[in-house]
Design a protein around this ligand. Structure first.
Ligand SMILES: Nc1ncnc2c1ncn2[C@@H]1O[C@H](COP(=O)(O)OP(=O)(O)OP(=O)(O)O)[C@@H](O)[C@H]1O
Length: 546
């Protein structure tokens, strides 16, 4: 039912048309059958235009079938497109921490595998519906031909449905398990692609990775999918066997006990033969319905986009400035399975003002990046609050607006291949000026519409491009997470001695996560994190905010 609701939500009119034309085609085929039956049993009403009727029904059946199939393509791929687009927007609205907990591999499996399974399923769903409707119509015809025979057939049908349902429910369960294993297969595939250098350089590690990680997951997926497929196939074949068994019963067994009217018998056999195609269609495609159901369940693990959560639609103009930004007692804890002592950052008390250059220092794992994520609104504080000019940032809309105060270059930044709209709002001279200031003008060109000529650069150069994007964003607060770590000494010097002071002069608040202690004197303030807590030199405290 959920699948049907999904299909209807994405393209209600087209779905109804597919079903309508399917039914018209089925009805025309039924009328053909009635004509054939009439001719064979000489029961056609006198003067009935048999030949024109035959041609007309044949044509209607053909054209309606073509229309139904044609529309189905639109419905299927249209629904998949709409679903994928909605899912991507939904993902952007989900809190970052939730996405991190799910992991890239699960998200990829959803966007790739589950959408494909849903596409296959939505492609057969209308035909299954039409086939079921035709089947119901045939049952009415059969009930009209002979009640006693209909009762015998109903018993047979009930037995058939039950004996089909049990193994197919088991097959569906196997599909669920296969899909779960698919998640870990995607995790290992990601390891294969991202760890390819390490794997290539070390045959022992490569072999262990293949035999202990990747192949077992792949084998599990294969085993469970094969079993499920076999069960579905066996159930389908069993269904067809019952179908022919009933025809045998009708022709060879029942006449021994009771004489049957030959017209009733021919009518029954023809109608049942006519049922073969829809029955076949349903039996051979229920597997796709099973896969679609599994995929839908997985996709429903994503939290529904709560309009109050994190709006993804374009917002009002970005905030151009602020006078005081405060974190008051904010905390964040990473809870992880198999870990007894979760890492907690905070409570953090911190104030940031325009024109301040603040360095955030501390050992590895002390919580610097986590603090940057909290400050920029990417993580929600579990305790405490964030105040912007004294106003708490609480609602989804406030958070979305608040996040637009920040330009960031995180250490795991992503460099898009184009400036994505920024080129339209900045002059060419400005873009070119930043390119040469970052000493990239000899390496990278940026087209009128903001497409970068290349992103295949060294890590240090890619970071400079990310900085260029941050410059073009021109927002009130800059956050750099170990930006200088990949720069050569000359450019590192330029970063600390020229670029950062320039930003400060422009009135930007700048938070720099760094380990470069020789440049600490450049900062207005040093914040020192140790095991998730701010320690001396103390920037501020709850009692005496800076
Ligand atoms: N995605 C995550 N899931 C669970 N725990 C995490 C995650 N990211 C970080 N942590 C934990 O939080 C702690 C702080 O991590 P964080 O990245 O904030 O440290 P950091 O000070 O930036 O370290 P580094 O200097 O090495 O970049 C780490 O000890 C780590 O165990």
């Amino acid at each position: 039912m959920k699948l049907l609701a999904l299909l209807m939500r994405e393209s209600r009119v087209a779905v109804l048309l597919v079903v309508f034309f399917g039914l018209v085609s089925g009805a025309a085929s039924g009328a053909l059958l009635w004509l054939i039956n009439g001719v064979l049993t000489h029961s056609t009403p006198p003067g009935f235009p048999v030949v024109p009727g035959f041609v007309a029904c044949g044509l209607v059946a053909l054209l309606a079938r073509i229309a139904s199939q044609f529309l189905l393509g639109r419905v299927q791929f249209g629904a998949v497109f709409a679903l994928r687009a909605r899912l991507c927007r939904q993902l952007l609205g989900i809190p970052l921490r939730h996405l991190e907990e799910m992991g890239t591999h699960r998200l990829t499996a959803m966007l790739v595998d589950d959408i494909r399974a849903l596409s296959d399923c939505l492609g057969v769903l209308p035909f299954i519906l039409v086939s079921l409707a035709i089947g119901a119509g045939c049952l009415v015809v059969l009930a009209g031909l002979s009640w006693p025979l209909f009762l015998v057939m109903s018993g047979f049908l009930a037995f058939g449905v039950l004996s089909y349902w049990l193994p197919s429910a088991w097959a569906r369960k196997l599909l669920f398990h296969a899909r779960d294993r698919q998640d870990s297969l995607f995790k290992h595939l990601r390891g294969l692609i991202e760890g390819i250098k390490e794997l290539k350089l070390h045959p022992g590690r490569r072999e262990a990775f293949l035999t202990e990680c990747l192949e077992p997951s792949a084998r599990d997926v294969k085993r469970l999918s094969t079993r499920s497929h076999q069960l579905y196939s066996a159930s389908g074949s069993w269904g067809l066997f019952l179908y022919f068994a009933f025809i045998g019963l009708l022709l060879f067994v029942l006449p021994r006990f009771q004489e049957l009217d030959s017209r009733v018998l021919v009518g029954y056999v023809l109608t049942i033969l006519y049922l073969q195609e829809p029955l076949n269609l349903v039996l051979s495609n229920l597997r796709f319905l099973g896969q679609g159901n599994v995929a839908l369940r997985k996709l429903q693990l994503l939290p529904e986009l709560d309009p109050g959560a994190e709006p993804t639609a374009p917002l009002e103009p970005e905030p151009r400035g602020f006078t005081r930004l405060e974190l008051v007692g904010v905390t964040h804890t990473y809870y992880r399975e198999q870990e007894d002592t979760p890492f907690t950052l905070g409570p953090i008390h911190l104030t940031l003002r325009p024109g301040e250059l603040v360095f955030l220092v501390g050992g590895n794992g002390s919580g610097k990046t986590t603090l940057a994520k909290l400050l920029t609104g990417l993580y929600l504080p579990e305790d405490g609050e964030i105040l912007l000019d004294g106003v708490p940032v609480v609602t989804g809309a406030q958070r979305a607006r608040y996040r637009q105060l920040f330009s960031t270059v995180f250490s795991d930044f992503y460099l898009f291949e184009s400036l994505l709209g920024l080129a339209r709002t900045r002059s060419r001279e400005q873009v070119q000026g930043y390119l040469s200031r970052l000493q990239l003008d000899h390496k990278v060109r940026i087209s009128e519409d903001g497409v970068l000529s290349t992103t295949a650069l060294s890590q240090g150069q890619r970071k400079r491009l990310a900085l260029l994007v941050a410059y073009l964003e021109d927002r009130p607060v800059y956050v750099f997470d170990e930006w200088a770590a990949d720069q050569d000494p000359t450019f590192r010097n330029i970063f600390y001695r020229e670029l950062l002071p320039d930003l400060k002069r422009k009135g930007k608040a700048v938070l720099v996560i760094t380990h470069d202690d020789r440049y600490f004197p450049v900062a207005d303030r040093l914040l020192h994190l140790m095991s998730g807590r701010l320690v001396q030199p103390v920037e501020s405290s709850a009692s005496a905010p800076a």
